[in-house]
Ligand binder design. Structure first.
Ligand code: AHM
Ligand code: MG
Length: 335
């Protein structure tokens, strides 16, 4: 399987045949994400050097200021996937509506749709903190050869064929799954190649890190408040350590390696939490489950939630299995 010094390109080719719908299309799609990620990485890394950061002037559908790198990353990923003519539709956090792609070949044979958060945690860019790209891939449900519809995007997370993220951190990594475990690849910036550095990534079943924006504590549901107090209690291996970067990809990545739980619960101000089901929570949930972890809205498995709209938000609890189950227990008991 994983050889020493295996590159992402080699890994994709080697594992293509083990994928159940093997046509090479998914491999080409992941390849295009790999290439776009390198360019975004290059831009993110020089953000402090040039006058590129700052609001671009537009606001996205969530009413948030877009920063220039968000726009840049959004355009780059969309172009990479459109030009290579390998997907039939894209939805992005930065676009109000989904984009239907008309294949140049008249038969429109493309089978996949992609949902993407091109640069998550972008408020961290101007303070030199890690950001990420999150992506989620489905097979379309409408007939091949017709224009995509909203139904192709509003699929449950358990229908994902692949998902992953890029973390632009102290090292830049791509971590992804096609449903056969999770593998992580680290970019060697000197030669611009991703190498398999973290084969078969798994969350430890238990962890000692909890990640939540405790500034919102007063607004949290009682179950979450009780669970946070439990994390802070002096008993057994507790108190746990609190670590919150405010960049979902980075918090998730650290917790997967070290063992921990990430929570963005609903609050009295925000009845569905903050994070988006389709291009933030579902891909992370798929990765978590493939890495022996769990993802929940407090009561239900994230990947079984039927989406009703593209930019839907959902409460999100994700991480080491035993920790997520404990948090769910607190949620149930506070009902
Ligand atoms: P964004 O999509 O606007 O970047 O927001 C998502 C980010 C996550 O990466 C992060 O975990 C969370 O928002 C932090 O939110 P808060 O500042 O409310 O704690
Ligand atoms: Mg985001």
């Amino acid at each position: 399987m994983s050889e020493k010094n295996q590159t992402l390109g080699e890994f994709i080719i080697e594992n293509q045949s083990s994928f159940k719908y093997t046509s090479g299309e998914l491999s080409r799609l992941i390849n295009s994400i790999r290439l776009a990620a390198k360019v975004v990485n290059h831009e993110v890394n020089k953000a402090g050097l040039v006058d590129i950061i700052g609001a671009a002037g537009d606001t996205n559908i969530q009413g948030e200021d877009q920063q220039k790198l968000d726009v840049f990353a959004n355009n780059l990923f969309i172009n990479a996937m459109t030009r290579r003519n390998i997907v039939c539709g894209i939805a992005s956090e930065e676009e109000d509506d989904y984009i239907a792609i008309n294949s140049q070949d008249e038969n429109h044979q493309n089978k996949y749709v992609v949902l993407i958060d091109p640069l998550d945690g972008s408020s961290n860019i101007d303070v030199n903190v890690s950001v990420g790209t999150i992506f989620s891939i489905y097979r379309r449900v409408t007939p091949i050869g017709t224009p995509v519809t909203i139904d192709d995007f509003l699929q449950k997370g358990n229908q994902q064929v692949a998902a992953g993220y890029v973390v632009y951190g102290t090292s830049t990594m791509i971590v992804y799954t096609t449903g056969a475990g999770v593998n992580g690849f680290t970019l060697n910036p000197a030669i611009g190649t991703f190498y398999l550095s973290h084969p078969n990534m798994e969350f430890p079943e238990d962890g000692k890190i909890y990640s939540v924006n405790e500034g919102n504590y007063i607004h949290f549901p009682q179950g979450i408040k009780n669970y946070i107090k439990y994390c802070q209690m002096e008993e057994g291996d507790r108190p746990y350590t609190s670590r919150y970067i405010g960049s979902l990809v980075s918090d998730f990545h650290r917790n997967m390696i070290k063992g921990g739980i990430y929570m963005y619960p609903k609050s009295s101000k925000n009845s569905n939490g903050k994070l988006r089901l389709l291009y933030e929570c579902n891909p992370m949930a798929f990765l978590a489950e493939q890495a022996n972890g769990k993802a929940s809205d407090g009561f239900n498995r994230i990947m079984e939630i039927q989406p009703t709209e593209l930019h839907q938000r959902v409460p999100f609890i994700c991480g080491s299995k035993n920790m997520v189950e404990k948090a769910e227990e607190f949620m149930r008991n506070a009902q």
